[in-house]
Write a protein that binds this ligand. Structure first.
Ligand code: PMV
Length: 333
């Protein structure tokens, strides 16, 4: 009901308009949060307790090809594999698309391509929902501004609200009940020589969805009450670090923010622990490299994989220590 109200506010009359094209095709980048979104104040609208800040991953992300079909159900294809209609991902996507159909008979073929592992804590759902809403915008002929698409993408997955832009993006928590002020904003600053390394220790699907894990943390973790204060400090510090190009400050803040988020999960019940033995040995290796003077930091989301953060001048040294690392330069491709 609340979701429908949001859509009505954004689309108005256009909600009833039939599609202007028969296809839509769009790419959206993945994004990695340097200051995390962890906890909702509204589960239906995916409204966050706090603001968050991310960096988008350039050409890494998801492409959606959307086509109207004459059928009585949607057809969903993920990386060239046709999904069963009762798979969790199909259900989530169909529920999302249901919000926007101008009539219930309107059915789609949705072909999604992700060039990063799905559901391995690499923010593939963010890129997925952002690319779906962009493709839908084309097909329906809405011609919405990115801010509005950010609000609509959030209804599919919170972090998707940050995947409408490249570069640094802040998702403002907002305070309104209808979420119209809970929206992504692209920051003007860039950081040419910043590198993100994807350390895939496991490409398997995660054990617990971020939705369930977040809610369990909010309702059972005794440490969660400290989280909003920590985020407010880290967000302010990250903005200073970005403005002043203070890399040590950025790295320390991002790593500490991620560890604090995981600490809130450890203190939930039943406890949530996304790290595998490989995650832990990589973390220890990063800390020992730092002790030797190599400035490399990490962040971790709802899965065992790590994202390493370092500068271009250290890329070769980092790669030598992590030969399997895939290095991305978010600001120079
Ligand atoms: O958007 P969701 O529901 O997949 O949640 C994402 C949560 C984290 O990736 C762990 C943090 C973040 O801000 O991206």
């Amino acid at each position: 009901v609340k979701k429908f109200e949001t859509i009505k506010q954004i689309l108005g009359e256009d909600l009833q308009k039939s599609p202007s094209h028969s296809i839509g095709n769009a790419f959206a980048p993945s994004n990695i949060a340097l200051c995390k979104y962890w906890g909702k104040r509204d589960q239906e609208l995916n409204l966050p307790v706090t603001s968050s800040l991310s960096v988008s991953l350039g050409s890494k992300g998801a492409t959606t090809f959307l086509e109207i079909i004459q059928d009585n159900h949607d057809q969903i294809i993920l990386n060239d594999v046709v999904l069963q209609s009762d798979s969790p991902f199909s259900r989530r996507l169909v529920t999302f698309l249901n919000l926007f159909r101008s009539n219930p008979q309107l059915k789609f073929k949705i072909s999604l391509h992700s060039n990063i592992p799905i559901a391995a804590g690499l923010a593939s759902s963010a890129a997925g929902f952002a690319s779906v809403i962009k493709a839908l915008d084309q097909l329906m002929g809405w011609q919405l501004a990115p801010q509005h698409l950010s609000i609509l993408a959030r209804l599919g997955s919170g972090s998707a609200s940050r995947s409408l832009w490249q570069g640094f993006v802040e998702w403002h928590a907002g305070s309104r009940d209808d979420g119209m002020d809970s929206v992504g904003e692209s920051l003007t600053e860039t950081w040419q020589d910043m590198c993100i390394g994807l350390l895939i220790v496991s490409a398997k699907e995660k054990i617990l969805s971020s939705r369930v894990a977040m809610q369990r943390t909010v309702t059972t973790s005794s440490l969660y009450s400290a989280w909003p204060t920590k985020v407010a400090q880290d967000l302010a510090t990250l903005k200073i670090a970005i403005a002043e190009k203070n890399f040590s400050l950025l790295g320390q803040t991002a790593e500490s923010n991620a560890l604090t988020m995981h600490a809130t999960m450890l203190s939930a019940w039943p406890p949530i622990f996304y790290s595998s033995p490989e995650t832990i040995s990589a973390v220890q290796k990063i800390w020992s490299l730092r002790a030797q003077g190599l400035e490399v930091y990490f962040t971790q989301d709802a899965g065992p994989n790590l994202k390493l953060i370092f500068l271009q001048k250290d890329a070769q040294a980092v790669q030598m220590n992590f030969p399997e690392l895939e290095i991305l330069q978010p600001f120079s491709n």
